[in-house]
Design a protein around this ligand. Structure first.
Ligand code: NAD
Length: 484
């Protein structure tokens, strides 16, 4: 499919609700539009998913057959890389090179989970009872089975449209689930290509069902739907809480990958040049619209001034621009709404006496570009220090010793990630234990491998994606006792 075909295809999709414009965030131009599917589309999609789950057309296939189809999906993602990259960079505003770097991971994710199709297994047990309830001698054999959850609702945000879709779909398909997929309303385009890829690869009709629409309409209907067995959600902590409430009607299971306010600790003995480069990329990449972005940097006093200056220098050097602009490494924020939100935090901070070392303003041009921003003199009670901004804004605070650094780092409701820069190995691993977060990076940031579990402590989530935990999330355990 060409970019043009996708832009036309989405316009023609049926829907009952509002018309939703799709905006290029680098130019603010409308590139296409679609109609909100709303609750009606969710009802239909859940019914189709349920029918395929009951029929066993997918979950009943031998694991090796599902695996073959998943390998075909991976191959087709690579074959369609060009249009997927162009759609995601156009739609999410990310530089083409960023989309090109992410896409191979999406294909590999399907290959990785294809391997799990033949490796989900239960256990056998020696039962310890001596007599059964009927008084008969309990000569029992027992074992566990791993079974797909059923119909799962997959809801995710705009910050990595094709990546977020694959992160959920690959393990869900490997487990044998049928699904309803709801991408973010801002970035529905690459999902249209993925839908075609799944069909071409041989995923039976109705196993994966795409629903387009707003969160408060289609997303809310999916979360509350009695025909859905589990919701796997990536998004804000605020919406995560709404999903938990909506899910309570049928007590559907919920997996949540939520927001973060991740700390970065830089010690006096760190390789400061590396730390500064890495911490700057760790917050400014994708204009700060990454869940693991290190938005709170804490620096030991001896190198504090050097780090503040270094971060500001990087912030002033990184070139901003749209996907088609030569040399741009950082794109815009996703929407006017996000721009208003980010600038709201910054302007409030300015009024409250925060020092803007650099940035703190949007660029004087079209597109939702915000200059990478470094803030000091921040009070820990401030909203911009407490809440996730999801923009290119970093606060920098000094600390004196390890205990103070850890206390500052852990003083947050979030717990998605944390980073430490030090050349003292013992300290690095000691801090890996002391920081309250699901992923810790030592002397690096923005590293990832889908073989390793990922998820949040505290209000950054429930459950884990990726790795073995990732497929377990789409399986439930059944225990079987047998009288011999
Ligand atoms: P969001 O929570 O507003 O939206 C995410 C998705 O939820 C969208 O598809 C949206 O349509 C849907 N949604 C909105 N309201 C809903 C409702 N009431 N019921 C059901 N669905 C609803 O998040 P966002 O602003 O689009 O994305 C940014 C957030 O995502 C940040 O908080 C970021 O940290 C988080 N995120 C987390 C991870 C992770 O793995 N932990 C990864 C990426 C992004």
């Amino acid at each position: 499919m060409t970019v043009r075909t996708v832009l036309d295809d989405i316009r023609r999709r049926p829907g009952t609700g509002e018309v939703i414009p799709v905006i290029d965030p680098a130019t603010e131009d409308q590139i296409t539009e679609f109609t909100d599917g709303g609750a009606a589309a969710v009802d239909e999609a859940v019914a189709r998913a349920r029918a395929t789950f009951e029929s066993g057309v997918w979950r009943g296939l031998p694991g090796r057959e599902r695996a073959k189809i998943m390998w075909r999906i991976a191959d087709l993602i690579e074959e369609h890389a060009d249009e997927l990259n162009r759609l995601d960079s156009l739609n999410a505003g990310m530089p083409l090179i960023a989309a090109q770097m992410i896409l191979p991971t999406c294909a590999e994710m399907f290959r990785y989970y294809a391997g799990w199709c033949t490796k989900t297994e239960g256990n056998a047990y020696d039962v310890q009872m001596t007599t059964g309830i009927t008084g008969s001698a309990a000569d029992l054999h027992a074992y566990t089975l791993k079974e797909p959850f059923g119909v799962v609702g997959l809801i995710f945000p705009w910050n990595g449209p094709i990546f977020n879709a694959c992160a959920k779909l690959a393990p869900a398909l490997a487990a044998g689930c049928s699904s309803v997929v709801k991408p973010a309303e801002e970035t529905p385009l690459s999902a249209i290509v993925l839908e075609r890829i799944l069909a071409e690869a041989g995923v039976p009709d109705g196993v994966v069902n795409l629903v387009l629409g707003y969160g408060h309409t289609a997303g809310a209907a999916l979360s509350a739907h009695p025909g859905v067995d589990k919701i796997a959600f990536t998004g804000s902590t605020e919406v995560g809480k709404l999903i938990v409430q909506a899910a309570s009607g049928n007590l559907k299971k919920v997996m949540l990958e939520l927001g973060g306010k991740s700390p970065v600790l830089i010690f006096d003995d760190a390789d400061v040049e590396t730390a500064v480069f890495s911490a700057a990329m760790g917050i400014f990449v994708h204009s700060g619209q990454g869940c693991v972005c290190g938005s709170r940097v804490f620096v030991q006093r001896g190198v504090y001034d050097q780090v503040v200056e270094g971060l500001a220098g990087m912030a002033n050097t990184l070139r901003l621009g749209g996907p088609s602009e030569e040399g741009a490494v950082i794109g815009p924020l996703i929407s006017q709404k996000q721009l208003t939100r980010v600038m709201g935090f910054v302007d409030e901070g300015k009024r409250d006496g925060v020092e803007v070392v650099t940035g703190g303003h949007r660029l004087d041009r079209r597109g939702y570009f915000v200059h990478p921003t470094v803030l000091t003199n921040v009070d820990r009670g401030m909203r911009l220090y407490q809440q996730e901004i999801f923009g290119p804004v970093v606060t920098v605070l000094p600390f004196d010793d390890e205990d103070e650094g850890v206390a500052l780092a852990n003083d947050t409701a979030y717990g998605l990630a944390g980073s430490v820069y030090t050349q003292n190995l013992s300290r690095a691993h000691r801090l890996a234990k002391r920081l309250e977060a699901g992923t810790i990076t030592l002397n690096c940031q923005l590293v990832y491998d889908h073989a390793l579990p990922f998820g949040g402590y505290k209000q950054s989530g429930w459950g884990r994606e990726f790795g073995k935990d990732g497929i377990e999330a789409y399986l439930q355990t059944k225990t079987v006792y047998a009288q011999l």
